[in-house]
Design a protein around this ligand. Structure first.
Ligand SMILES: Nc1ncnc2c1ncn2[C@@H]1O[C@H](COP(=O)(O)OP(=O)(O)OP(=O)(O)O)[C@@H](O)[C@H]1O
Length: 269
């Protein structure tokens, strides 16, 4: 594995030997199996891998939504294992932005009120100029007073992006942020995320199944069976698709092998 993936103290997200084991009545699944990685501030990272490879678990552990079974996660210099639930909730609210496949906007609130909600929940007074700027950046200046039901899917995802950016978080985590959008709209939304990296120095980590989406990132990380098995810098969609085809075939082979005793990696035995 490329040595530059080793976490550095300056990295905004650091995972060190992270394992996440799920225990069922009959089996154990190692959803993450010794993941060590550092993500640079101001970088755009895509996380890919076959179904069940651990992408969501990676995102949840990195964002403090789930606790690793062992290993450590550092976010913006804070060791998440040292935080109680309340402090963790505060850290997620103050330092992390989320963009999901389902836009998760509040239907009764206007665009402006949806965007400023995280600030108000944190007891912070929205700065008018900053709110205007972020809404303008995502191209919704004319839609400030509209409600989500009056917007297209792409516009709703733009609101969600503005809402994620408004707190100036250390990291924005995206879980299939373009999964519900058509190709053209998805490209616009990805362009917007890319711009946020450029104009705001925003760090973004995005799970995706789509090689075209992943090609908007600076680096793609590949997971298979809960392990980090490779990375591509400045990827093209074709390179990503090719790597995924190999990983898919490999995962397929493993899943058709007779189950062995012990821990299943990224799949149920
Ligand atoms: N709460 C849970 N309980 C038991 N097993 C789980 C749980 N969550 C995930 N797993 C298992 O952990 C492994 C990794 O799951 P994860 O959802 O992280 O994969 P993924 O790469 O995001 O998959 P997909 O692309 O299908 O969404 C899978 O084998 C999954 O079945």
């Amino acid at each position: 594995m490329n040595g530059t993936l080793r976490p550095q103290p300056s990295d905004v997200v650091r995972l060190d030997a992270v394992r996440k084991i799920y225990r069922g009545s009959k089996n154990r699944v190692a959803a993450l199996d010794g993941v060590t990685i550092g993500l640079r501030r101001g970088s755009f990272t895509a996380v890919m891998g076959p179904s069940g490879s651990g992408k969501s678990t990676f995102l949840h552990c990195a964002a403090g939504l789930d606790q690793p079974t062992s290993g450590s996660v550092w976010l913006d210099g804070v060791d998440l294992a040292g935080l109680r639930e309340r402090a963790l909730t505060k850290l997620r609210r103050d330092r992390i932005g989320f963009v999901f496949q389902a836009f998760n906007l509040l239907p009764a609130l206007t665009v402006v009120d949806n965007v400023t909600l995280p600030l108000r929940l944190a007891g912070r007074k929205p700065d008018r100029a900053e709110v205007d700027e972020v809404i303008e950046r995502v191209g919704l200046a004319e839609r400030r007073r509209n409600r989500p039901g009056e917007l297209s899917g792409g516009q709703q995802q733009r609101v969600a992006i503005a809402r994620a950016l408004i707190t100036k978080p250390a990291v924005v985590f995206g879980d299939e942020p373009t999964g519900a959008l058509d190709t053209h709209t998805a490209r616009e939304v990805l362009g917007l995320l890319r711009e946020a990296v450029q104009w705001a120095g925003q760090t973004i980590v995005m799970v995706t199944h789509d090689p075209v989406a992943a090609a908007h990132a600076d680096r793609v990380l590949f997971l298979a069976d809960g392990q980090l098995v490779g990375a591509l810098d400045q990827p093209t969609a074709d390179q990503v698709a090719e790597r995924m085809t190999h990983l898919g075939a490999w995962a397929q082979q493993r899943s058709t092998r007779p189950a062995t005793q012990g821990t299943a990696h990224g799949r149920h035995a």
